[in-house]
Design a protein around this ligand. Structure first.
Ligand code: BDR
Ligand code: CA
Length: 308
């Protein structure tokens, strides 16, 4: 099995990624940490606790800082609603959050693990950056960081910056300079992870409580992503690409790369700069996910949601 910690900001698509991680027998979810992003730190923590209650997944969950490292906080209520999970109603949390901070919980779980742990980061990288600063001695116990963020020549907050990186560019720059192997699921691939309205309907028809919530989340996303003028036929489900990569890498084209974050640019702050030429096994820093088998991805999602 693949031991993971999910650092997320649920978040419509974060929630679906979490469902997939819990459903997959190949993944061992050690814990969840939340980061201010799609909504405030308090709201995303509450959403994560409610989701884990729905999923009956009793793992520790801890919340992170109120704000990014330097940037003032900016939430994505336009995409994820005032609650962070749209108009979807979830059960009240069945148990308390962990008493320690997100970074302390990461440290505890990573220390306790017999094998190196994969960090899955589907929000701004504030927690991960702080963790690496606070616990450098635990770096060697991180197998890899699989993150949703960035894009190559494409953005959604600015023409070149994606939300998770734009919210906290300094954090992402620190993470990408850490020399820990990374896998980048950026907009280039997540925009291919489109779930068509007929496929959302098929998810709803699975009929279990989790699939029903997933369909409602995707419906809420559709109000934003499928509105007139948007270039999509289905809703791009960004964050689930991270879990899909862990479960079914054969669905993706992964290109060896180096990635840097522009933090200075007047027009380009928050851009991920992905180098794919001249990469050898010596200087490779990670993988850039370039292409996705869309249908295979949707079938994986449906298969996992049917587990509940
Ligand atoms: C990313 O930003 C958030 O709104 C989503 O949850 C996803 O992680 C997409 O740019
Ligand atoms: Ca997210």
């Amino acid at each position: 099995t693949i031991p993971i910690i999910m650092d997320c900001d649920p978040g419509v698509d974060d929630s679906i990624a979490l469902m997939m991680a819990v459903a997959a027998p190949e993944i061992e979810l050690l814990g969840v940490t939340t980061v201010a992003g799609n909504q405030t730190a308090a709201k995303v923590l509450l959403n994560a606790r409610r989701l884990l209650t729905l999923l009956q997944c009793h793992v520790p969950v801890a919340g992170g800082n109120q704000t990014p490292l330097l940037e003032p906080m900016q939430v994505a209520a336009d995409v994820h609603g005032d609650s962070g999970i749209g108009d979807v109603v979830l059960p009240e949390p069945g148990w308390p959050a962990a008493t320690q901070s997100a970074t302390a919980l990461m440290a505890q779980l990573i220390t306790a693990s017999a094998v190196p742990v994969t960090l899955v980061a589907t929000g701004p990288q504030t927690n991960v950056a702080l963790f690496l600063q606070l616990y450098p001695q635990l770096k060697s116990k991180i197998r890899q960081i699989v993150f949703m963020g960035g894009g190559r020549g494409i953005g959604n907050r600015t023409p070149v910056a994606e939300f998770n990186i734009a919210v906290d560019p300094e954090a992402a720059a620190m993470v990408l300079q850490s020399n820990i192997p990374v896998v980048m699921a950026g907009l280039n691939v997540t925009h291919q992870a489109q779930v068509l309205p007929t496929e959302v309907q098929a998810i709803r028809q699975i009929g279990n409580p989790v699939a029903t919530v997933a369909a409602a989340l995707l419906d809420f996303y559709a109000d934003y992503y499928l509105r007139p003028g948007m270039p999509f036929k289905g809703v791009p489900t960004h964050d689930p690409c991270t879990i899909a990569w862990l479960l079914a890498p054969e669905l993706f084209t992964a290109v060896p790369c180096q990635i840097a974050v522009e933090t200075q640019g007047r027009l380009t702050r928050g851009e991920t700069v992905v180098t794919t030429t001249g990469i050898t096994s010596e200087n490779e820093k990670g993988k850039f996910l370039a292409h996705l088998d869309r249908l295979g991805f949707v079938q994986l999602l449906q298969r996992l949601l049917a587990q509940f």
